[in-house]
Design a protein around this ligand. Sequence first.
Ligand SMILES: [Zn+2]
Length: 469
Amino acid sequence: MHATADQLNTSVPVQRVRGSDHAYWNEELESMSWPEVERWQAQQIMTMLAPLRARSKLYEQLHAAVPAGLQLRSLADLAALPFTLKDDIRNAQDRSSDTQPFGENQAASLEDIVQALASSGTTGQPLHYALTQRDVDIFTDAIANTWFTSGVRKHDVVAHLVGLPMVAGGLPYADGFRRIGATLCWLGGFPTDRILREMRRLRATALLATTSFGLYLSEQWDAVGRETGVPSKLTKILLGGEPGLNQPEIRERITTGLQTSHLREVMGLGDVIAAMWGECDAQDGMHFNAQKYVALELIDPHSGEAIPWQEGATGEIVYTAFARDATPLIRYRSRDHALVTGVDRCTCGRTSPRIRCIGRTDDMLIYKGMNVFPTSIRDLISERFAGLVEPMMRIWKESKDQVRFDDPIPVDIEAASGLEKLRYAGIVQEIEHEVRTQLQVRIAVTLLDSGSLPRSVYKNSLLAVRGTA
Ligand SMILES: [Zn+2]
């Protein structure tokens, strides 16, 4: 029997479990005109600002210069408030104590905190975020909304393939699937051959994984079917965590290998809510699904100026989590660089903006004064040289902090399987020429045999640092 939302002890107005006959998780907010949603959000932020300063030392300090009578008539008025940077959170966390283990951004008492989440950062000390029961309910509702937009329903058997419960994509994702009423099969963390076998035996109809792991599974799916003798029931694939799904070739390989065309990209930010964006049936970018709890801004990453939400616009996404008890975030810079693919009402009826994530603003490289995203290099090469090279690549930096390159940027690329070695040198030249012509950036390509680059299970970073990978 499925638990319904109103069996939970919560003050958050959450939705009942939705059956397959519903088009939306939260019809009112998902179909309301977007300017109206934004006006409502501005009111919510307005009401929470003063109490926030009283309970968060971080915001008492960050907002010390903000006029007490500040009026927020629209989200544009948020420009009067400073941004919150990851370093602000890091510094606040460094000032922790026995009663404030989350540091000066801990805005709820330990008695009320029920969960800690860790950032998935692979370098440096992880950041921790805290959730009260109300925060957990809000996370769960927004994440369930995202899964629902991406097609997950209560009859689904979902293979959840993120292996770490404490990261935002662990337990919170699991909660989201259960809130929908789907059957959660948390296989993440088991060895890959066991994951594959159990997915067949449990008749998984949906899976959630990182893009690189989805790609890896797609290469094995057919063989495991022959081994187990259980026909595939998989009809829905949800992938994210890496920007590879902007490449049609990667999408095609995954849908061919997993034998279903229902592939949806999903995205969130552990610090804010672990899943907030998800593609609908239109597959024209990811809708925002956390409008009940989080407001959005799009900014120029260099100047910090607002960029209007228009189709074709690009910028960094800034989040304000206006319904957050334990570790609040106001104007939090995500460093996620997005391309806006739609702002008008979608064919699915939803009104929230749609985006594709085109990279991390802090991944941006500079070659002799020219800005370039590693993902732009990869997307160009895998599109123009499809069939000759694999879409797996690695771009090398000399140190973690290197942004500027005066010499050509080193890029490892895998040759397509079966490509004759004799052709390698010619293809390297062609790739380098194409990138120079299209992106005004020089790269130095090393062409490797197919299968030589690591397919990591959790995060497959396009950028690597010499001596560490
Ligand atoms: Zn849509």
